[in-house]
Design a protein around this ligand. Structure first.
Ligand code: CO8
Length: 375
């Protein structure tokens, strides 16, 4: 059986940061404007005022302190509350492909590879910039890869599901060197005017190189011992934006055409599913959760990671400790990229033979785990 390794990772990080204080100031200015405009209806009791947001709530409820975004000005403009991107001509590199190519080049450099070594490209993210041609094919061209590329979307689990496709392709012999990228421009599908969720997301792109162990030359290789994917339908995280909207005569700017969730239900339902999933996967490979040196968990909410890690290894371990590092305080929830950022930033100190688990959980519901060991 072919042994497969992750031989490199890369991260694109936008240069612009929005702190919670800046975000709350913009939201509260927006709320004041709206309340002023609707003053008569509010006084008559036919409309309810928008309540202000608060930094204390955001930090306590989520653990998020700031987020990176591709455009800060549009998001913080209380008359807009949306990033502003310039539409690009068909012959220009699209924004998703641009950030993916940046992360990809960095990942290829750490894998000791160039684009010409890649024969399969997977673009896996919670949203694609357009219907077609596939983003992966544009990224394939941008990095000079050979072979073929395709897009896939499993919301927050897009990266772990993408890694499994990459591993299977190498094992099956349909590819030798796979580039899997996760360009997450979450700022364009977050409702920044919704107090319940305006603080949740940030933009980034991650990239992972997967290849056969016997041909890999990278100094930092992680053997993939197993992957396990699970889905279970839920409407608790949903976005109805899509190509049918015009045909259905529905408003493309209606609230349901952006991210929305029942946050409490997601929290309660996903935590036990994720913890049980990881434990089952480890047991199937004859490992105990306490043998894992590091968990690179999905980065949505501090409390969720706290509970998942407690269920796995006991109450004395905290999310944010060495065993389960956090990046969501700096990056916020970056959809599928979160667990990969954690892996990218928090693995250099591990030794050969150390065991690690990358795990995502999110909309679908979807859960994906990758059990890996430092080569
Ligand atoms: N400021 C001040 N107060 C607030 C705010 C705010 N911004 N928001 C809500 N409150 C108030 C509420 O009004 C409520 O007040 P009251 O008690 O008087 O009714 C109180 O705070 C508590 O509100 P909640 O119950 O909503 O707060 P929670 O403690 O549940 O925290 C969270 C909210 C942080 C959202 C939490 O529920 C959570 O993190 N849940 C899990 C979410 C999650 O992991 N989702 C994953 C989705 S990501 C995914 O799968 C990918 C999707 C694709 C990407 C999309 C990109 C855009």
């Amino acid at each position: 059986m072919t042994r497969v390794v992750i031989s490199g990772t890369g991260l694109f990080q936008p240069s612009e940061v929005i702190t919670n204080a800046e975000l709350v100031e913009a939201f509260n200015a927006y709320a004041a404007l709206q309340n002023e405009q609707n003053a008569a209806e509010i006084a008559a009791g036919t409309a309810t005022p928008i309540e202000p947001s608060s930094v204390e709530f955001i930090e306590k409820a989520s653990g998020i302190r700031q987020r990176y975004v591709l455009d800060k000005t549009g998001v913080l403009d209380p008359t807009r509350m949306y990033p502003r991107f310039k539409e690009r001509a068909d012959d220009q590199l699209s924004l998703m492909a641009e950030i993916a190519a940046d992360a990809a080049r960095k990942a290829l450099a750490t894998a000791n590879r160039t684009g010409a070594d890649v024969d399969m490209v997977i673009c896996s993210a919670a949203n694609m910039q357009r219907a077609y041609p596939a983003m992966a094919v544009e990224i394939q061209q941008a990095v000079g890869a050979r072979g073929f590329g395709f897009d896939m979307n499993v919301a927050c689990s897009s990266a772990t599901f993408g890694i499994e496709q990459a591993v299977n392709a190498v094992k099956a012999g349909t590819a030798k060197c796979v580039l899997m990228v996760n360009p997450e421009i979450t700022s364009a599908h977050l409702e920044w005017r919704d107090r319940d969720c305006h603080f949740i997301f940030g933009d980034v792109c991650t990239a992972v190189v997967v290849e056969a162990a016997d041909t890999a030359t990278s100094a930092d290789q992680w053997e993939v011992l197993g992957t396990k994917l699970a889905t279970q339908f839920s409407n608790n995280i949903r976005n109805n934006f899509g190509f049918m909207n015009s045909a259905e005569d529905s408003d493309p700017n209606a609230r349901d055409k952006k991210f929305r969730q029942e946050g409490r239900k997601v929290f309660k339902e996903v935590v036990p599913m994720a913890a049980a999933h990881i434990a089952e996967h480890l047991h199937a490979l004859q490992f105990e959760p306490t043998q894992v040196r590091r968990y690179w968990l999905h980065q949505a909410n501090l409390g969720m990671n706290q509970l998942v890690i407690k269920k796995l290894v006991g109450a004395e371990v905290k999310a944010g400790d060495d065993v389960a590092p956090l990046i969501l305080d700096t990056y916020a929830n970056t959809a599928s990229a979160g667990s990969i950022i954690a892996f990218h930033e928090h693995r250099a100190d591990l030794a050969a033979g150390d065991l690690g688990v990358i795990c995502s959980f999110g909309a679908g519901y979807s859960i994906g785990s990758v059990i890996t060991r430092k080569f």
